[in-house]
Design a protein around this ligand. Structure first.
Ligand SMILES: [Zn+2]
Length: 170
């Protein structure tokens, strides 16, 4: 018989494969990105063995951020299963109060990471954004010649050299 620990872990893995990566889901209570799938303690056929408690069915799991997962599990240990629906409602209500504040934080964080990425890209951009007009004209003429006498008559070296001059890709 497999250990309770390995069955518990397999059950959680199954939830991820059915519902998708939890990091892409909003927390059930507050809407920020979730950290875990939490068991809601409502499965009538839940399994409790060797200190592990879990459900074999994926429908009894929901995405939660670390803070709310902890709060939910604490409420279960303190007040029991029957109190959980009311606890969930209270958590949702409390989160709603701070919604605007949290949204501003998430937006500021997203904006900062966007800016950091743009700056990093700009710093790495060595290719001139405006092509050198002389080189560009030469490339254009070469293209015209290529088309007038057929592309196979232009050597790959010639094309490559022209492209390098034109794009500044050295
Ligand atoms: Zn949350």
């Amino acid at each position: 018989m497999p250990t309770a620990r390995s069955e518990y872990k397999a059950a959680h893995k199954r939830v991820t494969s059915v519902k998708g990566p939890v990091s892409h889901k909003p927390c059930e209570f507050c809407g920020i990105f979730a950290d875990d799938y939490a068991y809601n303690h409502q499965d009538p056929e839940e399994i409790y063995r060797e200190g592990y408690l879990w459900s074999e069915s994926t429908v009894y799991y929901f995405p939660a951020c670390r803070r709310h997962h902890r709060a939910y599990d604490q409420a279960f240990r303190k007040y029991g299963k029957s109190a959980l629906p009311a606890v969930a409602e209270a958590l949702r209500e409390a989160a709603r109060e701070h919604y605007e504040e949290r949204r501003a934080v998430v937006e500021a964080a997203a904006d900062a990471s966007w800016r950091a990425r743009e700056n990093a890209l700009a710093a790495r951009r060595t290719v001139p954004t405006v092509a050198d007009p002389v080189a560009s004209k030469a490339a254009q003429e070469l293209m015209q010649r290529a088309y007038s006498r057929g592309p196979s008559r232009i050597s790959p070296e010639e094309l490559r050299a022209s492209w390098v001059r034109w794009s500044g890709d050295r």
